[in-house]
Design a protein around this ligand. Structure first.
Ligand code: PAF
Length: 284
């Protein structure tokens, strides 16, 4: 496994080592958990050559967010990726990705300003920009198949990246990995490391609350706004700060209607300063 931090070196290496063979890419911000490793395993099943990037992207963090405290565990991450059989780990510096201060960014449709985008203005612009830059650094030669993998826990991110690839005619298949969960149901996330013991115990309730929403809809309720409000109030009473609980069409991410057959309930809520997100896709 090669660990490469310069974009030039990455290109040179891929031009010889990955020329003409299928290539899968897993972009990450590091602090890798079983969810990331399952994306890597999926990548290995799909392609002959696997690249993982580790880059904590400043452009997707708001001014008062956790950029400086985001867990950085590069040595452990590299050891995990070596064990998982990755071919190249790309660990660029900030100046490698953003060589100039006034960077070009991607303008996204309105969907990027809803849900997490409403709470974190500019977040998805930062995500889309770095993902496109990384795609251009990793996928430049001829490969019979070009694949990039993203986790379903960040469902809105996955949705926006699919739109990005489709609408900007990027010839890369976007594949999704299932959310990995702790034994009590909490979705795995690098940010779970911030939780104090009592918060960690409470954290599984977000998933449980979303499961109750699914149950309510599957038993025939169509008063979606009421279900969302009641679930939010329930979590608030238990000490959560709720950003949103939202029922949407799984295909378009538009607010769910009684006619939608494939739905998704998404939730974002905070335990103290730790913001957790989760979602469940389901059919009626
Ligand atoms: O999901 C993440 O870890 C990040 O948003 C991504 C896709 C690596 C872009 O920085």
């Amino acid at each position: 496994m090669q660990v490469i931090s310069s974009a030039k070196e990455l290109r040179q290496h891929l031009a010889s080592a990955a020329q003409g063979i299928s290539l899968a890419f897993v972009p990450t911000m590091g602090n890798l958990h079983a969810g990331h490793i399952s994306l890597v395993e999926q990548a290995k099943q799909q392609a002959q050559f696997v690249v993982v990037s580790i880059f904590v992207n400043p452009l997707q963090f708001g001014a008062n967010e956790d950029l400086s405290s985001y867990p950085r565990t590069l040595d452990e991450d590299i050891a995990k990726l070596r064990l998982a059989g990755v071919d190249v780990v790309f660990t660029p510096t900030e100046s490698e990705i953003y060589p100039v201060l006034q960077t070009v960014t991607i303008e996204l449709p309105e969907i990027a300003n809803t849900l997490c985008g409403a709470i974190r203005p500019g977040h998805f612009r930062g995500v889309a920009t770095v993902v496109l830059k990384l795609f251009n650094l990793v996928f430049f030669g001829h490969a019979p198949r070009k694949i990039a993998l993203f986790g379903k826990k960040d469902f809105q991110q996955l949705f926006i990246i699919r739109q990005l690839a489709q609408q900007l005619n990027i010839p890369i298949e976007i594949l999704a990995g299932e959310t990995m969960r702790e034994t009590d149901g909490l979705a795995m996330s690098s940010r779970n490391a911030y939780l104090k013991p009592a918060q960690r115990q409470e954290a599984q309730r977000l998933y449980r609350a979303l499961q109750q929403v699914v149950q309510a809809v599957q038993t025939g309720r169509t008063d979606f706004a009421t279900i969302e409000t009641q679930t939010g109030q329930y979590l608030t009473q238990l000490g959560w700060i709720v950003d949103y609980i939202s029922l949407r069409s799984a295909a378009s991410l538009a607010p769910a209607t009684a006619d939608d057959q494939q739905l998704i309930v998404l939730g974002a809520a905070r335990q103290g300063r730790t913001r957790l997100i989760d979602n469940i896709e389901f059919g009626k």
